[in-house]
Design a protein around this ligand. Structure first.
Ligand SMILES: Cc1ncc(COP(=O)(O)O)c(C=O)c1O
Length: 381
């Protein structure tokens, strides 16, 4: 548990499955050979360490030093692969032969399909009908790598419904491992996803000390469920002088209620087996989120983020769709880097934050993914 947040609010049948994962994860963490195998795959297959790239023209534009942690350069184009490899290796150790996963933007689905192809595991991806339409190129990628993409038609037919479907499938099939793609869900998933993503922050810390001889002033990451953000924050949480910013999707504006910023409404509830902040409707039930970006379109937030918000260690704020699209275009023009739409929310926040900074201040933006998948959406704006 993270204070009052997190937990394991699930049926007895699902608890049995989760207990098995809790045990296997605890054992794997203690096993040096597991860690070595995971780090080797990150190096050879994913291409880590990802660079920490000083964005010179963006720095000039902002009037302070801006660095990009280039998760967009990872194999399959986003941070999701770090976690997919870790959990797939764990599943294999547990003797599981079939991996299932949910996906929204398709990046986690693609990463899981790749990890499964490489490790010779059967792969089924649950994806809402709406997201299949929005992110069709990623559907084709998953299929090319041998995964079966199952269309989910329930609720709003987006990410949250795909998660429900995957949990139902897990309960009914004991050869299956459910590979969650964000820092959400019942224990041990949030902890496990943080464990496999914390490499981002560990590398960034070494890299900034090498380049600047000191820690950054601020770190900014976008937050859907929160895996890239917790990945880059984790190793800096104890460094209190480093400001940490989590940027949720403000959609059409917080006041319109059409957004995906769970923290902005300050409502605590239970969904997907965890207690956290969620968007609620007038009856107190979890309502659909809205974001132009499929990867941020989730009505809740991971429980560790809820806790970090509660204790005020991380500041959570939001950026709306228009601001993110502007930032997407600006980074492409200034640096020749087309960011994922999701990552553009963090870039947009950096542009605002920079106005309060001095020229020697250092901002690190976690560039969680690349934007090829989003060109269709941006060109339609
Ligand atoms: C490139 C990219 N960044 C960020 C996210 C948001 O997820 P998370 O908050 O788990 O990092 C996604 C989700 O699909 C993504 O594809």
């Amino acid at each position: 548990m993270y204070g009052q947040f997190g937990g394991q609010y699930v049926s007895n049948e699902l608890k049995l499955r989760l207990d098995e994962i809790v045990k296997a994860f605890a054992k794997a963490k203690e096993d040096e050979s597991f860690k070595q195998e995971y780090l080797q795959e990150l190096k050879d297959y994913v291409g880590r360490p990802s660079p920490l790239d000083k964005a010179e023209r963006l720095s000039e534009y902002c009037g302070c030093k801006v660095y990009l942690k280039r998760e967009d350069l990872n194999h399959t184009g986003a941070h999701k692969i770090n976690n997919a490899i870790g959990q797939a290796l764990l599943a294999k150790r547990m003797g599981k032969t079939h991996i299932i996963a949910e996906t929204g933007a398709g990046q986690h689905g693609v990463a899981t399909a790749a990890a499964c192809a490489m490790l010779d595991l059967k792969c089924t991806i649950f994806m809402g009908r709406e997201d299949i339409i929005r992110q069709n190129l990623n559907v084709k990628r998953m299929e090319l790598m041998g995964a079966e993409v199952k269309e989910v038609v329930r609720g709003s037919s987006t990410l949250k419904d795909a998660i429900d479907e995957a949990f139902d499938y897990l309960v009914n099939n004991d050869d299956v491992f459910y590979l969650i793609g964000s820092a959400v869900g019942p224990e041990p998933y949030p902890e496990m996803v943080e464990y496999f993503q914390r490499i981002i922050g560990e590398e960034a810390k070494k890299q900034i000390i090498e380049k600047e001889g000191r820690l950054p002033t601020s770190i900014i990451a976008c937050v859907g469920g929160g895996s890239n953000a917790i990945g880059i924050f984790s190793d800096f949480i104890a460094d209190e002088e480093v400001e940490l910013y989590g940027v949720e999707a403000g959609g059409k504006g917080i006041e319109t209620r059409q957004h995906a910023s769970a923290i902005s409404e300050n409502n605590i509830a239970i969904m997907h087996g965890m207690k956290s902040y969620f968007l609620l409707d007038d009856k107190g039930e979890v309502r659909d989120a809205y974001s132009l970006s499929a990867g941020l379109d989730y009505p809740g937030i991971g429980p560790k983020h809820a806790y970090l918000n509660f204790i005020k260690r991380v500041k959570y704020d939001s950026i709306n769709d228009d601001e993110a699209v502007e930032a997407f275009k600006l980074l492409s023009k200034l640096e020749g880097i087309i960011p994922a739409l999701e990552s553009s929310f963090a870039v947009a926040y950096a542009l605002k934050l920079a106005k309060t900074k001095n020229k020697d201040d250092i901002i690190i933006i976690n560039l969680s993914g690349r934007g090829d998948k989003d060109l269709g959406i941006i060109l339609n704006q």
